[in-house]
Design a protein around this ligand. Structure first.
Ligand code: NZQ
Ligand code: ZN
Length: 385
């Protein structure tokens, strides 16, 4: 593996009443004014808002509400939150929701403290903010692992770019599997695939030598596949929801990237599809990733064969390419079995006019085993239709 520095700043509270335990312990550590941030209103329907407000009241906090954070949060929404946080001199931001709420708040936490245009800073000067309002996260739907890292995926609607930026790493996070019970089934499955996708993207990153990181990734992948199937059979199973919630955190807290170059090619393509269609992240990955791997496996047949055997339980076919293809077929079958879409059309994306723009604007990285060309991304998108 390559040299690395690893740090993990988030205090994580997991399990029953995690938010109650987290907020009672953590809130007293911060100043009086708390910005309570959430999405389109699910927290008000499922009772999470009332629970959090009660705990904020117990802790004598003045609450500033920042609501309406949309799935695939926009840079404009970040600016709205930053103006509010700055104006009210917020001491702590409490993000209650999924990856979108958490991501938006990570950049709000930085933008509130600077007049710099953070988008310009990131994309023109390759720099990142260093000062943040402290951030806490209460997770209501699992999958992105956003609550465990400093990555924020933001859509710049004007520039038609959806991309990762560096933001505040949450100081604490609460993961109560019961909070996900009200989430739509399709969103829960989308999140589960996102977790699996993070594992795969890291696993296929270089180097492909024998290393501990990849062995851990194999275990997480097997577990996610098994747990997702179990959840489809019994959506109310809190134990399984908890396993998936922790797997989501494991897949994006940095552990599976230790000593590896993680290029996240499927994510790069999906994010740009999102910039043009505002599509669901995990579902987009479920469509793109198997097709991407049919394009890539010949460049790393040994690694794909190992994945097929160790993760999907495929029998060795005596030829790495054949074994690899059987693994990709197992991935495709998994998508179908759990009820995720396997084409853009099934996601409701019938328009094809954006493929060229997406192919051209996708940030092509080093590549897990081979660098894709713009033409190839276009072909992959066409096959996704
Ligand atoms: O807005 P509300 O009303 O809360 O509804 C949300 C939203 O419509 C709903 N929801 C969440 N919890 C619920 C619930 N509905 C009922 N009951 C609950 N308990 O779910 C919908 C989707 O929420 P969202 O936060 O958008 O989903 P997700 O967690 O999948 O986040 C997706 C975003 O995260 C980014 C994606 O690109 C996308 O923008 N990612 C962030 C990453 C990171 N920071 O590390 C990594 C990922 O690869 C990903 O790119
Ligand atoms: Zn993802």
């Amino acid at each position: 593996m390559r040299d690395f520095v690893f740090s993990y700043p988030t205090v994580t509270y997991f399990g029953a009443d995690a938010a109650v335990r987290a907020l009672r312990t953590e809130l007293p550590k911060y100043g009086r004014t708390v910005m309570l941030a959430y999405g389109g209103g699910s927290v008000k329907r499922n009772g999470v808002y009332d629970t959090v407000m009660k705990l904020l009241g117990e802790a004598n906090k003045d609450v500033v509400e920042f609501s309406g954070i949309m799935p695939n949060p926009t840079y404009a929404k970040v600016q709205e939150g930053a103006r509010l946080a700055r104006g009210k001199r917020v001491d702590l931001i409490l993000a209650v929701g999924g990856g979108s709420v958490s991501d938006c708040c990570k950049i709000v936490a930085a933008q509130a403290l600077t007049d710099e245009d953070l988008w310009e800073m990131r994309f023109r000067f390759q720099a990142a903010p260093a000062q943040f309002i402290p951030l806490g996260v209460v997770v209501t739907v699992a999958g992105t692992g956003s609550e465990q890292n400093d990555i924020a995926v933001i859509t710049n609607e004007e520039k038609k770019i959806k991309a990762g930026m560096t933001g505040a790493a949450p100081s604490f996070a609460a993961l109560d599997p019961a909070y996900t019970l009200s989430a739509p089934r399709a969103q829960v499955l989308s999140g589960a695939f996102d977790t699996l996708s993070h594992c795969m993207e890291s696993y296929f990153g270089k180097p492909l030598d024998d290393n501990l990181t990849d062995e851990i990734a194999e275990a997480v992948m097997r577990h996610v596949i098994r747990s997702t199937r179990a959840l489809v059979n019994d959506p109310g199973d809190l134990r399984v929801r908890g396993e998936l919630m922790w797997a989501a955190a494991m897949s994006e807290n940095g552990l599976l990237k230790i000593g590896k170059v993680t290029d996240f090619q499927a994510h790069q393509i999906e994010h740009q599809v999102g910039a043009y269609t505002n599509c669901n992240h995990g579902m987009g990955l479920a469509v793109i990733q198997p097709i991407l791997y049919r394009h890539l496996y010949k460049a790393a047949p040994q690694r794909f064969a190992r994945w097929a055997k160790n993760v999907w339980g495929v029998a060795d076919r005596g030829d790495d390419r054949e074994t690899a293809l059987a693994g990709i077929a197992a991935l495709e079958q998994f998508v179908i079995d759990v009820g995720l879409p396997n084409s853009f059309r099934k996601m409701g994306i019938a328009d094809r006019s954006f493929y060229n723009a997406v192919a051209r604007s996708t940030n092509i990285k080093e590549g897990c085993c081979r660098q894709l060309t713009v033409g190839e991304i276009f072909d992959i998108l066409t096959e996704c239709y």
